[in-house]
Design a protein around this ligand. Sequence first.
Ligand code: GRF
Length: 216
Amino acid sequence: MPRLRLVVLVSGRGTNLGNLLDASRDGRMDADIALVVSNKEDAPALDIAKRAGTPTTIVPSKGVERAEHEARIMDAIEGAGADLVVLAGYMRVLTGGFIKRYQGRLVNIHPSLLPAFPGLDAQGQAARAGVRIAGCTTHFVTEDVDAGPVIMQAAVPLPPACTPEEAAARILRAEHRIYPATIQLIATGKARLHEGRAEVEAQSTEGALISPEAPQ
Ligand code: GRF
C-alpha cells in the first residue's frame, strides 16, 4: 500500500506534530508529512518541522477574511498533493466549504472523551468537574465543532483532586499514542468515513479501564 501524504495544520506548541514526525520515521505509521501549515508565524510547531527538514508555510489568519484564508490553505494542501489533512492544535474554526471539500480526509484530535468537554481547555474542564476517567478522541471533522464521527479514543485515569496541568500532561501522553495509530488505521484502509459514521475495523476492547479499580 502506498504511504499516505499528510498536510498538518498547526497554531501552537506542536507536540503532536513532533510525535507524528517521529511516528513517520520509526514505522508507527505508513505516512509522510509533506507540509506543515501554520496560521501563526511564531508557532513553536514551525521550529519542530524545520528541525525535521519538513517544509512549512505560514498562512496568516489575523485580519484576513475567513474565505480568503481558507482558500490559501486549500492551495497549500493541493500543492502538497495531500491525501489526508491533519489538524494538530489548529486553533481556528474551519467553515463548511473547507470541511465538505475534505470530507473523510480531514481529522482532528481533541483532549477529552467526546462528546464530553468540547471546546477550549477540555483538560481543565475535566479536572474541575472531578472526573476519574478523562481521555482523548480522534475524529473525522464535520461542521459541528468537536462532534465529528469518532475514530479512536483513549481513557486516562485522573487522581482525585487532579490539577488541570496534571490532567493535560496525562492526556497528552495518550494523544501521542492514538494520533499516529489513527492515521495508521486510515493509511491501511481500516478506518474510513462512510455515510456519516466512522467505520473502523480494529475493534479491540483491550485496555478498557475502570478508575479507581474496584476491590475484587
Ligand atoms: C492538543 O491537546 C490537542 O488535543 C488539541 O490542541 C493541543 C495541541 O497541542 N487539539 P500540541 O500543539 O500538539 O502540543
